[in-house]
Design a protein around this ligand. Structure first.
Ligand SMILES: CC(=O)SCCNC(=O)CCNC(=O)[C@H](O)C(C)(C)COP(=O)(O)OP(=O)(O)OC[C@H]1O[C@@H](n2cnc3c(N)ncnc32)[C@H](O)[C@@H]1OP(=O)(O)O
Ligand SMILES: O=C([O-])CC(=O)C(=O)O
Length: 496
């Protein structure tokens, strides 16, 4: 390693640490875990959860005692081969997805939450901390409860030195999502759950320790993400600091290097709408699965981020922008592309993509069968803040053209756009143009949903997840035996 390189890295580390000292300045004292009640700013949240979660666990116990043997549906061979679509095989309490209506967080649609969750000062969009309180408790938070979480997240944002060093040592070519997942996994060193488990903490305390780690991780993710962004795209120079009097979205924007009020509000909206999508999606399911082995929240979420980094899941937001950018280049030089934009050109481009065996990124969904309401939220944001943007016009034209083509193509069960079809052009508008970074923003948000879900799972004492798998010979034998048993039964009933 050259001296100059080492010096730059050392400078970066010291700059980040001075940013983080601002956050650390807000730290009162780092108390021992079990003493959370004396100094932990989350005391009101703990008090509420101590009322809500044990009651819920008791309700589940009684429900299972009465209905544990009731059936939930039929399993088919196609379901086993087809990614388990439609199998009701797990429980997630924080959110439920309806194929037509979209997601509800603890019973509330995103449109309702845009109206009811507390907003940032001067902003029009809901605060992520409000969504976090709702997902954890099932209750809409007051402004005071939301502010409590903002302050606690700022207080817990500091990164351990080894994670700062690790991020600064990543090569710039390493994809930001790989950096995010590695740094998240390395935070395992901080896990209060893992330490308490090793010292024999009783099961009844698991959810509290999971909550402690989850809030710590949600607090640290924006710092990790900002470090990655500044290192990969801006020579590691830090520009913003954490202000304990500001909300998560405002602090995150500042650390990324953005001060535009429109961008801050977009980030707040982004953090809320990407947080949760019931339990079966790849990132939520991975968190649940890995967490079910009692791996701590850092290990579970690190694994989830690796799934989110896949092009059929969270990376689709990067893929969309990449597709749009290539298309624009084919349309014309520089800014001239929009002069040549027609529905026919879009149609040709979409067919070319399909005919070359690729998917149209941002379209289709494993569960949704209508336009994703998260797409609509973002479209409404664009109509309000950037109605004249050429990129927005392009995305809107795609919305008019792509669904009919996908229907004609005849494969996709859902021809409508999902969340990833829209997010990139909003970020572009405010100058966050580095598309390889987009899934990292998704990764910061998704923690706000799946980690509360992990807290609920631990409070209910859900066991290790371990479904039965079959081989093809095994399935064939099973099906043949079932058919002959049915035939025998039919024959017997003929003679009775
Ligand atoms: C945050 C999120 O994760 S949202 C999803 C983000 N991902 C994308 O936008 C990528 C593009 N979309 C897709 O690949 C798919 O629609 C998925 C992965 C989201 C859902 O997959 P599935 O549930 O398997 O979709 P579905 O049952 O409709 O697939 C049937 C066929 O249609 C194809 N198909 C589905 N969506 C598309 C699409 N957008 N473009 C082209 N073909 C598609 C599938 O690849 C599949 O083809 P195959 O039979 O040759 O394997
Ligand atoms: O629900 C899914 O399968 C994918 C998705 O939209 C998400 O996780 O946000």
């Amino acid at each position: 390693m050259s001296l100059a390189f080492t010096a730059t890295r050392a400078l970066r580390a010291s700059k980040w640490q001075s940013t983080l000292r601002t956050a650390a300045a807000a730290v009162v004292t780092r108390q021992g875990l079990r003493n959370y009640s004396s100094s932990n700013g989350l005391e009101p949240l703990y008090d509420r959860l101590h009322e809500i979660l044990p009651k819920h666990a008791q309700d589940v116990k009684e429900f299972r005692a009465a209905h544990g043997g009731d059936t939930l549906g039929i399993l088919t061979v196609d379901m086993a081969y087809g990614g388990m679509r439609g199998i009701k095989g797990m429980v997630t309490e924080t959110s439920v997805l309806d194929a037509d209506e979209g997601i509800r967080y603890q019973g509330h649609t995103l449109m309702e939450l845009q109206e009811t969750l507390p907003r940032g000062p001067g902003g029009q969009e809901p605060l992520a901390e409000g969504a976090l309180w709702l997902l954890l408790t099932g209750e809409l938070p007051t402004q005071e409860q939301t502010t409590l979480l903002s302050k606690e997240l700022a207080r817990r944002a500091e990164l351990p030195h080894h994670v700062v060093q690790m991020i600064n040592n990543f090569p710039a070519e390493l994809h930001p999502m790989a950096q995010l997942s590695a740094a998240t996994t390395a935070l395992h060193s901080e896990s209060k759950f893992a330490k308490a488990y090793a010292s024999g903490v009783p099961k009844s305390k698991y959810w509290e320790l999971t909550l402690e780690d989850s809030i710590d991780l949600i607090a640290k993710l924006p710092v990790i993400a900002s470090m990655i962004y500044r290192n990969v795209f801006h020579d590691g120079r830090t520009v913003g600091t954490i202000d304990p009097d500001k909300d998560m979205g405002a602090n995150f924007a500042s650390m990324l290097g953005f001060s535009d009020e429109g961008f801050i509000d977009l980030l707040r909206l982004y953090l809320v709408i990407h947080a949760d999508h019931e339990g079966g999606n790849v990132s939520a399911h991975t968190t649940h699965l890995v967490g079910s082995a009692l791996s701590d929240p850092y290990l579970a979420y690190g694994a989830a981020l690796n799934g989110l980094a896949g092009p059929l899941h969270g990376l689709a937001n990067q893929e969309v922008l990449s597709w749009l950018t290539k298309f624009k280049t084919r349309l014309g030089e520089g800014d001239d592309w929009h002069a040549n934009l027609t529905k026919q050109r879009i149609s040709d481009e979409v067919w070319n993509t399909l005919n070359s065996g690729q998917v149209i990124p941002g379209y289709g969904h494993a569960v949704l069968r209508k336009t994703d309401p998260r797409y609509t939220c973002q479209r409404d944001f664009a109509l309000k803040h950037l109605p004249d943007s050429d990129d927005f016009k392009l995305v809107s034209m795609l919305y008019e053209v792509v669904p009919d083509i996908l229907l004609e193509h005849g494969k996709s069960k859902n021809p409508w756009p999902n969340v990833d079809a829209h997010s990139g052009i909003l970020l572009q508008h405010y100058g966050l143009t580095e598309m390889n970074f987009y899934t990292v923003l998704f990764g910061v948000s998704r923690a706000i949903g799946v980690l509360p879900s992990l807290v609920w799972s631990r409070s209910m004492g859900l066991p290790l997840e371990r479904p039965k798998s079959m081989s093809t010979p095994g399935l064939k034998a099973f099906v043949a035996a079932a058919r002959s048993e049915l035939k025998e039964k039919q024959q017997r009933s003929k003679y009775v």
